[in-house]
Each structure stands twice: as C-alpha cells, then as structure tokens.
Design a protein around this ligand. Structure first.
Ligand code: PGA
Length: 235
C-alpha cells in the first residue's frame, strides 16, 4: 500500500505513554507513516521507520513570540513536515486564511512540507458551500507560494471527533474537485488525504478510493495498538 497514514496525537499522551508509543510503533512494520506528536516530543519521537510532523508553526523564523515555534527551528531539528490550518487552529484558536497563508509561505521557505488542512463547517455544508469554502481556503493558503510540494488534508469540521463521516461518494467527489482545482489554478499535483472520524471500521473503504491518497487520523491513533490494527487493515 503506497498511501499515506498521518496520525495527529493533538495534545494527548504523557511522556510515559509516548515512550511506550515509540517502542510499539518502532517494533512494527508500518510504512508510509507520519506521526504528529506534541511539540515537546518531536525530537524524541524521531525515527528511521517513520517521519515526524509538527502540529503547527509560526510564520517568523525567530523573535519575541513567546509560546510559539518556528518552521526555521523545525527545519534545523530535521523535521520535514508540519500541519498548517488544522480545524482546531482555525476554529478554537481563530486562525484566519490570511494568517495561514503567511505560515504556508514561511513553512515552504524553510523546506518543511506543509500538510494544509481544509474543510467546511456543518453550516457551510448545509448551505451547499463546501467547494467554495475549500477553494477559498486553498487559494488563500497558496497565494504567496510558488509551485511546491504541498499535501492537502480534507477534513470536514463536522466530521472531526464526532464519529460522523461524509459518504464515500462525497469524499471522492470533493477530493476530485480539489485535485482538479489544484491542477487548473496552481498547476500542481498534490496528495489529498481524508481526515475526520477515520476508525478501524471505516479506514479500508475510505483509503481504497481512487482520489484518496491517504488518511489523517486523530483520536483513533492515540492508542498505538489500535493504530497498528488500522494499518494492518489496509497494508
Ligand atoms: P478525529 O480527528 O480522527 O478524532 O476525528 C481528526 C483530526 O483532527 O485530524
């Protein structure tokens, strides 16, 4: 299976648990796997068998920005990926499309590959605005960057942490729309991942779709054994 599995641990797991996580995943045969632990574990979690990814970053290289971390610092630490614009950053921490665009620019400048998260709210969906919202999020995010290596994660806000998912047809159609838009407007071909309530019982039917290049898993990845069970379903 050459599709990508990204696990976002969010603000979960204490140091004892993360040590156990590293041991269990490190002893497995998992491939094409990217792990997003809390910042404080990024360096510790580096491994030869998977990549580590930051959950966020700030758009300045260095300076008086207490509590933030920079893509410049990530690059110097050997971290190759960062999530940008995750739904919780947008909706809990009020990050705007414009701020996300500055982050994208700085992230790419520092040779860190962004995994840009986009997705509509339930209200957007009910108003039939899904594609429009996604287009604005992607186009603004890419407005300051040149042709580049970007991964997109389509994560409907209403599907994150709720147990709800779009239909397989909807996922396929939205991914196709994103791919066509990226090609026609930006002339890039990017991987498009699906995220939002990906679990053991639905990973296979989601990841097997032609327009789905991988998945972004949140809560179901907190337990490393469950994550490996999911991987075994699709490998
Ligand atoms: P979830 O989270 O799998 O718990 O829905 C996904 C995410 O936030 O990326």
């Amino acid at each position: 299976m050459d599709k990508l599995i990204v696990a976002n641990l969010k603000m979960n797991l204490n140091f004892e648990q993360i040590k156990e996580y590293k041991k269990i995943i490190g002893e497995s045969d998992i491939k094409n796997f990217i792990l997003c632990p809390s910042y404080i574990y990024l360096n510790y979690m580096k491994s030869n068998s998977y990549e580590v990814c930051s959950q966020n970053g700030y758009y300045k290289d260095e300076g008086a920005c207490t509590g933030e971390i920079s893509f410049y610092q990530l690059n110097k630490l050997g971290i190759k990926y960062s999530l940008i614009g995750h739904s919780e950053r947008r909706h809990v921490f009020n990050e705007s499309n414009d701020l996300i665009s500055l982050k994208m620019e700085n992230c790419i400048k520092n040779n860190v590959t962004p995994i840009l998260c986009v997705g509509e709210t339930e209200e957007d969906k009910n108003k039939g605005l899904t594609n429009e919202v996604i287009d604005t999020q992607i186009n603004t995010a890419l407005s300051k960057v040149k042709l580049s290596d970007v991964i997109i994660a389509y994560e409907p806000v209403w599907a994150i942490g709720t147990g709800l998912t779009p239909t397989i047809d909807d996922i396929n159609n939205i991914h196709l729309h994103i791919k066509e838009m990226l090609k026609s407007v930006h002339n890039i071909e990017s991987k498009v991942l699906y995220g939002g309530s990906v679990k053991l019982n639905n990973i296979k039917e989601i990841i097997e779709n032609q327009n789905v290049d991988g998945v972004l898993i949140g809560s179901a990845s907190n337990d490393p054994n469950n994550l490996l069970n999911m991987y075994n379903e699709v490998k």
